[in-house]
Design a protein around this ligand. Structure first.
Ligand code: ADP
Length: 447
């Protein structure tokens, strides 16, 4: 087993990983930028190394500085969390070359799944259904027109290196395609340093349903059911739950089998998530694979009574998951609490937390690095906490979430708490019958 793990991340996920390390008796190293000197993950770790100024490029994305910190502290493994370098194959490769275990898949696996367009081709070969669309990247208008006409409008242009819902464009007719293609390629170049885009049929009224998988180094893969991430704002997830109100046992088995086949197709290792779109007729289509722990992993942990970070660490240390079974129980929901102003288009609201009082009680979990008097820096992701509740049924879980949101008191910055309260009270959310367009038509009542 590892003796010391460096966590190459910040915020709640850095803390979350360190908590598991502590339970396993593994010592921890935090890395931090000068903007995060007062962050909880720095205080919590056994050792902490400052790796640079606030800019992510000079700190959390800086491979050589992070590696230097690992060497300086003699860490024998690195956990990348999510975001930053979590799906960077160069980083995984450098770690491997220095015999520092990267807790996640190998560079080859990241490469096969990181580029979304290549991932789709791999899935087609593995017999997993994918969203119909272009074969490979699309560079010129003629190709785009042919693909769009073949799949039928509307279509969506997506950056192959994309993430976080950024840079996607929906196109409804031939005449819009030229400009859409050019702007999409431009935006992709700016946001991801890669102008490659591909075209897909734009599914109308789908749900986003993803399957959690675990694969060990010995060829065993299992799945731990689904997470429903249909509640999104501008293609970004805000609320996640398991089980999905749209998935029954038969469909779960089908999607689970497809996800396991997907992971086996690349001899995957570690925790991973296969993302699908699900249409009204219960057809599902592969979208992408995330080769890391995800923000929304706690809902699976609660329903399946498993510590996914612990599984990641044990798998990385070579342990087998053969014969492992999990019995799901109850219903779990997560709300992302962001320092954003829902009254003003969710614009970021960094600053000092004058009050930060978290809810508690039966079935309530809060994953957060924040505390009263902590200053939320403007430089990074605006999420300050994840509120997760678990109960016997979906109905009970919604009541519990409403109660917990009422108890969650934050002052000093604006948050998404009032927004979540209204969603929990809405008939549409309660019915369980909605699609990814739900929040676009949701009216937030300003108080
Ligand atoms: P990212 O990696 O940037 O999050 P995804 O490929 O996971 O991008 O897509 C994010 C969201 O965008 C999906 O959950 C879905 O709501 C929407 N989306 C993506 N592709 C399609 C599609 N072909 N049809 C309809 N909606 C889509």
């Amino acid at each position: 087993m590892f003796k010391k793990i460096l966590v190459a991340n910040r915020g709640e996920i850095a803390l979350r990983v360190m908590q598991t390390c502590r339970e396993l008796g593994i010592s921890t190293v935090a890395v931090y930028s000068t903007a995060d000197a007062q962050s909880m993950h720095v205080k919590y770790a056994d050792e902490a190394v400052c790796i640079g100024p606030p800019s992510s490029r000079e700190s959390y994305l800086n491979i050589s500085r992070i590696i230097a910190a690992a060497e300086l502290t003699n860490a024998d493994a690195i956990h990348p969390g999510y975001g930053f370098l979590a799906e960077n194959e160069d980083f995984a490769e450098v770690c491997a070359s220095l015999s520092i275990k990267f807790i996640g898949p190998t560079a080859r696996m990241i490469n096969q799944m990181g580029d979304k367009n290549t991932a789709k081709a791999t899935m087609i070969a593995a017999g997993v259904p994918v969203v119909p669309g272009s074969q490979g990247l699309v560079t010129d208008l003629q190709e785009a027109l042919e693909t769009a006409q073949k799949t039928g409008y509307p279509v969506i242009i997506k950056p192959t290196a994309g993430g976080g819902g950024k840079g996607m464009r929906v196109v409804h007719e031939d005449s819009q395609l030229d400009i859409a293609l050019k702007t999409a390629r431009n935006e992709a170049e700016k946001a991801f340093g890669n102008s490659g885009v591909y075209i897909e049929k734009y599914l109308e009224n789908p749900r986003h349903v993803e399957i959690q998988i675990l694969s060990d180094q010995h060829g065993n893969t299992i799945h731990l059911g689904e997470r429903d991430c249909t509640v999104q704002r501008r293609h970004q997830k805000l609320i996640e739950e398991t089980p999905s109100p749209a998935v029954d046992d038969t469909l779960r088995k089908k999607m689970g089998d497809a996800a396991v086949a997907a992971a086996r197709a690349i001899n995957y290792e570690g925790a991973g998530t296969i993302e699908f779109l699900l249409d009204r007729h219960k057809n599902f289509y592969f979208m992408e694979m995330n080769t890391r722990i995800q923000v929304e992993h706690p809902v699976t942990e609660e329903r399946y009574d498993v510590d996914l970070v612990k599984e990641q660490i044990l798998i990385a240390a070579g342990e087998s998951i053969e014969g492992r079974t999990y019995t799901p129980k109850g219903h779990s929901i997560e709300c992302r609490i962001n320092a954003e102003d829902p009254e003003h288009l969710f614009r970021p609201s960094p600053g000092k937390l004058e009050v930060f009082h978290t809810p508690g009680g039966h079935g309530v979990r809060v994953d957060s690095h924040a505390y009263a008097s902590y200053v939320v820096p403007p430089n990074y992701d605006s999420m300050i906490a994840k509120l997760i509740v678990t109960a016997h049924s979906r109905e009970e879980a919604i009541s519990r979430m409403s109660r917990a949101l009422d108890e969650f008191i934050v002052a000093g910055v604006k948050t998404t708490i009032p927004f979540h309260k209204q969603v929990m009270n809405s008939q549409v959310f309660r019915s369980g019958d909605f699609d990814t367009g739900f929040l676009d038509s949701f009216r937030f009542e300003k108080k």
